[in-house]
Design a protein around this ligand. Structure first.
Ligand code: MN
Length: 233
C-alpha cells in the first residue's frame, strides 16, 4: 500500500528513542499488566490470590523523556505508576516462556499514568478501565536499552520520586509474573509482534500528582525518566 492510497494524511508513527542509537523504536501497541506486585495489590485492597491481567493504551499516548505533560481532563486524582517496559522485536501467538526473551528488543522505564478516581468509579460500576488508563500523554517512556547491551534484567531497584521525595521503591524480583511469564501469558490472548511494548506493573507507593510536579524515576541497570506535570490541558 503506497502513501497515495490513504484518503487522509497518514498519522505520525509513535516511537521511542534508543540509548546510544540514532534510530527510533516504532511503537505498534502498548500492553499493560495490572496487579503484578503484591505490595501494590495490597495497597489497592485487591485480592492477593487473583492472577495479574492485561489492559491496553494506544501507541500515540507515548511521551518522551523530558516531556511536560498537561494535567489530564476529567480527573482530580492523577496517579503515577513506575514500571519496567519491555519492547518486542518479534512475536507470535502462544510464545513458550522459555523462548520469550528471544523476542525482546530491549527495556526502558515508563510511567502508567492513571486517573485513579475514574478507575475506582469504574471498578464499582464493573465498567471497563479505558477512561482511567487510556488517555492522551498517559504513557511516558524513557530511552530503550537494547537487550544486546544490558541483557535481560530480573532484579534491581525500581523507584520514583516527586519533587525530590521518594514515593515508590521496589525490586524487579518482586514481580508476580516475570518477563518471560508475562510474554507467555499475553501471547495466549493476542499474537504479539514487532513494535509491541509491555508495561509490566508497578510496586507500592502510588500517589497523586499536581500541576508543577517534577517526576523522576528509574530502574537499576535500565535507565531513568524525568517528566513534569503541566497545567490542565
Ligand atoms: Mn500500572
Amino acid at each position: 500500500m503506497s502513501a497515495a492510497s490513504f484518503v487522509i494524511p497518514q498519522p505520525p508513527q509513535a516511537a521511542i528513542a534508543v540509548a546510544g542509537e540514532d534510530g527510533f523504536f516504532p511503537v505498534r501497541r502498548i500492553w499493560c499488566v495490572g496487579r503484578n506486585y503484591l505490595d501494590h495489590v495490597r495497597e489497592m485492597g485487591n485480592d492477593e490470590r487473583a492472577p495479574p491481567f492485561f489492559f491496553a493504551k494506544h501507541a500515540d499516548m507515548i511521551e518522551a523523556d523530558g516531556a511536560a505533560i498537561p494535567y489530564p481532563p476529567l480527573t482530580g486524582d492523577l496517579h503515577h505508576e513506575v514500571e519496567l517496559v519491555v519492547a518486542m522485536k518479534s512475536g507470535a501467538l502462544r510464545i513458550p516462556a522459555d523462548r520469550a526473551l528471544d523476542h525482546v528488543y530491549g527495556y526502558a522505564v515508563g510511567i502508567d499514568l492513571t486517573r485513579r478516581d475514574l478507575q475506582n468509579a469504574a471498578r464499582k460500576k464493573e465498567q471497563p478501565w479505558e477512561i482511567a488508563k487510556s488517555f492522551d500523554h498517559s504513557a511516558p517512556c524513557g530511552a530503550l536499552q537494547p537487550a544486546a547491551r544490558i541483557g535481560h534484567p530480573t532484579k534491581g531497584r525500581i523507584w520514583l520520586s516527586v519533587n525530590g521525595r521518594e514515593r515508590q521503591s521496589g525490586d524487579l524480583a518482586q514481580m508476580i509474573w516475570n518477563v518471560p511469564e508475562i510474554i507467555a501469558q499475553l501471547s495466549q490472548q493476542v499474537a504479539l509482534g514487532a513494535g509491541d511494548i509491555i508495561m509490566t506493573g508497578t510496586p507500592a507507593g502510588v500517589s497523586p500528582l499536581a500541576p508543577g510536579d517534577r517526576i523522576e524515576c528509574g530502574c537499576e541497570g535500565v535507565g531513568t525518566l524525568t517528566v513534569t506535570i503541566g497545567p490542565p490541558a
